[in-house]
Design a protein around this ligand. Sequence first.
Ligand SMILES: [Zn+2]
Length: 667
Amino acid sequence: MATPTPRLSTLLGWLASNDIWYDTSALRIVDENGAIRVVSTGKGADVDAVVVRMPKGAVMSPKNCQVGDLVEEAGLDGEIALALCLMHERSLGPDSPWHGYIQSLPLFEDAPLLWPESDVTHLLAGTEAERAAKRDFETLKEVYETVVRPVVQKNETWFVPREKFSFESFLRAMTVITSRAFLVDEYYGDSLVPLADAFNHRSDGSGSEHLHIETDLDVCPHCGAKFGYCMHAELDMGTSSAGGDGSDGDGEWSDASSASGAEVVEDDTPEDADEVLSLPASDVTMGDIESVPSDAESTATDPDDAERLEMRVVRELPKVDGEEVFNTYGGRSNAELLHRYGFTDERPGTNPHDVVLIDLDTVLQTAVSESLLPAAPAAAPAKSKNKRSGSAKMETIEERIELRVAVWSAYRGLFEWDEEEEGGEDEGEEEEEVAEHGHGHGQESGHRHAKDGSCCAPGDDGEDGEGAGADDEEEDEEAPLFPLRSDGSPSASLISLLHILACQDGILRRLADDETGAAAADFAEAVRVGHGGAYAGEKEVEVRAVKGKSGAAAKGAKGPKVVWVAGDAVERVKKCVAVVARTRREAYPTSLAEDEAEFAKLGFSATAEKGTAGVVDNMRLRSSLVVRISEKKVLEAVLAKYAPPDVPNGSQARAGKTGGKKKSGKK
Ligand SMILES: [Zn+2]
């Protein structure tokens, strides 16, 4: 066996002295081709066996770094807070408790965030990776100027030398964080996890990773103890059962107190109860965070689950000595992989998580150019409750579209049924998620959880694609983006919006006038049943037969029969999907065929070159081509499914009705 490199020896020693155990009979850590990674010994390990185990305290998190408090008090959290902690620990050199680990890390990953802008614009033109890189660069620049720099300046005894905390260093640290950090639990949050981050990601979507990382997320957010095994839990319970009532209303508090009986209160320590109850619940909690953690840790009675991280074998390890062992970072498109990790799949067009996003403008322009809306009503019915349609004036097409988008937007949650199984993160985020990630700073960091292509979708952030060039008016930051997926399916959100744009005015009025959402739910169900099957490529459904539930309570019940989705709307919506895909394709300056030809010239021997100086440009080109080809294949899949004969699925050079405004200059 080869002698370990100095940095690998240092890392191995550090792992051992920090109780980070791995099964040396199954795994071997190597330092090859400029990167540390984990390979199989060939001897294997049982499925379900734990092959890595460490105390959570060994991870690097704002919770246990020296500047963690400073950073969190400044309002930073999630990945950005962790990046600043890493920069500080790195600046300490051998004095950092994580030195043996940090010295094994790369200084940065060559993600587009660090590329010269000309590379991003040139190599990634029109891609989701370009959109993400430009968006995050701007966001991080603003965070740096408004929060990070002031923190560094205000605490100059901590952050020395100053040049190690430049914007450039911050961006570099961010690429290390986005490519390596894990969500450890509700206490540690986003953290660097030594050794676990040495396993590379395999993302061919076939579930071919060998290991999963396991952690008990559900711990006390104040001290990290297993939930229910620390004094915070008791305090929280005390405040929610009694203090909560007290803060709700002045009058009710004394009632509740007397009703529950003075004796009961006296059974507790009266002084404590008074103190707690005299404070708003939030103050109690804040106090706990600052003063109690160390005590609470010692009172945890069941530390085992909550205080360690493990990696478990989920699939037979490679039988060949030296073959790489993979973890998974979750389902990610090639654009996301490049954006967050600085690499892509080896082969383009095989990643089921690849996705292309459509902006709202493109959808609406398509609706206009394809005459998707029904003919304008000649005269508005006088007794309509709808103010707009009651107006004597003819509405402009813009006004009609605006109303329809507003209706879609009002019931948007109902129209995203394909995302529900993901936990509906675009709608109400759970409290835990807020704690986990740095959403407050606009940094997209919620993507670590396994997500399908919808993850850059509505709700995330909606800047106009640079290459789309539809119009330059200022974009609403909330502007939705509609995913097209690698299997050729548009998102439910897009289908729903198109159907609302297409629906008859009578249906629109029902939706707009309905305050309960029942009509919208019926409409969504009709679209889902009628098109969920059809658009998923499974089966056509007789859409006319779909009835509303709001009027007629049950099937067969007598009542007004509402045809929520007219039969001809199906074909018109389908055609719009194809036009939208074709329009999106025009954002790319090169064609699929051109990209594939260029990619073929590069060959496939990418992994050996990673990290090697001198081939960076080639790696950038290669990764960019993987993203470009993958995205274009998504569009091809959509067009293959939806393009009717009169929507040409040919050369993009043919500017369509909606594509007239687009630049399509070939290089
Ligand atoms: Zn606690």
